[in-house]
Write a protein that binds this ligand. Structure first.
Ligand code: GTB
Length: 217
C-alpha cells in the first residue's frame, strides 16, 4: 500500500529541509520506499480530520496500510523496523541506534529549539539579548559532548543508521547560526549526511513544494 505523509503546504523555511517531514522523507528515500505527500495548510492542520491523525495539529504524519502514526522519531523508527537500510546488523547495534534517535530528539534538540523559538517569538523583548548567551551555552554544552563522542568517526556508532539521520536533522537546525563553526567534526558529519543521495532526493522533494513544482522527482 502507498505510504502517505503530511507536510507543510507553505513552510516558513521555504522548503529548505527544516520542517520535520524532511526526516521522514529522508528515511523513506534511504530505504527506497515511494511515498505520496498530502500538503496541509496551517488551517487544515488544526481541523478535526488532521487532529485525528496528529493530536497536536502538527506535521508530519504517516499513513500506511491502516497504520496512522505521528511523531517524526517514531515514524523514522517504524520505517527502520519495516524496511532494510536504516539499521545496521545486530540487535545491540540497533538498540544503540535507537538510543541515538532519542538522544537527538530529547537531549540535543531541546536547547536548539528553545533558541530558535526565542528568535522567532521573543526577539523584540527587552530581555532577549540577555537571555541569548545562556541559551547558546546550553547548546554548546551538548555540542561539546556530541563532538567528543563522535571524534574522528564518520557516524555515531559504526555504519550510518536512523540515529545519524535524526541527529543530522537536528544539527541542521543550527544552519544560519555560527554555533556549529567551532566543531569541525560536527560540520563534517552534517556534510556527510547531506551528501547522501537519499538526503538530496528528500531535500529536492521538499524544496519542490515551495517552488510549486510536483513533489515527485
Ligand atoms: N515532536 C513532533 C515531531 O517530531 O513530529 C514535532 C512536530 C513539529 O514540531 N511540527 C511542526 C509543526 O507542525 C513542523 S516541524 N508546526 C505547526 C504547529 O505546531 O502549528 C518544526 C519546524 C517548522 C518550520 C521550520 N522552519 O521553517 O525553519 C523548522 C521547524
Amino acid at each position: 500500500m502507498t505510504i502517505t505523509i503530511t507536510a507543510f503546504e507553505s513552510s516558513p523555511d521555504r522548503g529548505r529541509g527544516q520542517a520535520r517531514d524532511m526526516r521522514v522523507r529522508w528515511a523513506l528515500e534511504e530505504v527506497g520506499q515511494p511515498y505520496d505527500v498530502r500538503l496541509v495548510s496551517f488551517e487544515q492542520m488544526k481541523a478535526e480530520s488532521h487532529i485525528a491523525r496528529q493530536p497536536f495539529g502538527q506535521i508530519p504524519t504517516y499513513e500506511e496500510d491502516g497504520l496512522v502514526l505521528f511523531e517524526s522519531g517514531a515514524i523514522v523508527l517504524h520505517i527502520a523496523d519495516h524496511y532494510a537500510g536504516l539499521w545496521p546488523d545486530g540487535i545491540n547495534v540497533r538498540a544503540r541506534a535507537t538510543a541515538w534517535v532519542f538522544a537527538a530528539q530529547t537531549t540535543v534538540e531541546p536547547p536548539i529549539l528553545e533558541r530558535e523559538t526565542a528568535e522567532f517569538l521573543e526577539r523584540n523583548q527587552s530581555w532577549h539579548e540577555k537571555r541569548l548567551p545562556m541559551m547558546e551555552q546550553r547548546i554548546e554544552h551538548r555540542l561539546d559532548q556530541l563532538s567528543d563522542r563522535l571524534g574522528n568517526a564518520d557516524w555515531l556508532d559504526g555504519a550510518f543508521s536512523a540515529g545519524d539521520l535524526v541527529m543530522v536533522g537536528v544539527l541542521r537546525r543550527l544552519n544560519g547560526t555560527p554555533l556549529l563553526t567551532g566543531y569541525p567534526n560536527l560540520l563534517a558529519y552534517v556534510a556527510r549526511g547531506e551528501a547522501r543521495p537519499a538526503f538530496k532526493r528528500a531535500f529536492a522533494a521538499q524544496l519542490a513544494v515551495f517552488e510549486g513544482r510536483p513533489t515527485e522527482i
